[in-house]
Design a protein around this ligand. Sequence first.
Ligand code: SF4
Length: 178
Amino acid sequence: MLVAVQAFCDRCDLLNVNGLDFQHAAICARRCWLHLHRASMNEWSEHIRLGSIRHGDSHQRDQSTTGLLGLSPDRLDWDRHVVIEEKPSASHLFAAEDQALFYAAMLSVATGSLWGISIYVSSKRRYFEYALDQPRLDRLNKSLDLIGFLKLTNSVPAGPVIAACAGCSNAEFCGIDR
Ligand code: SF4
């Protein structure tokens, strides 16, 4: 499994992608394209600003990611080899999953031992745990294909109205009323 994970990480390095790219790609190709081409409206989103302040407050005492270069998971359990991400609700859990799995893949290669992920959903007061197995690695590779394509194309992809549009900072750009 580590060999396949290494091959995935090599592709990621080549394409210079990060965890957030995977989160956006899992939700919406257009949102991912805007993020990759630095045209996302996140900077102007009150919702995102408040979220990052709350996130900063809740991680003030945590030192588990100190010294980590190029990766920004919420927390790491170095003893159990688990990446921990935190979410206020279970909506779009699959997107947080892909982001955390990307970190798990990178850490697996860096440490020579397979990492897993754990997503803490505060509204449910529950952890959702997943292994980095072959089906999930296949999903990440597929997502990476999409990210690679979106990086190269200058055309904004279609943005069909989906549930995520309601909380998306690009809704105005997409002409979607909130
Ligand atoms: S508003 Fe909807 S279609 Fe537009 S980028 Fe966001 S999620 Fe995608």
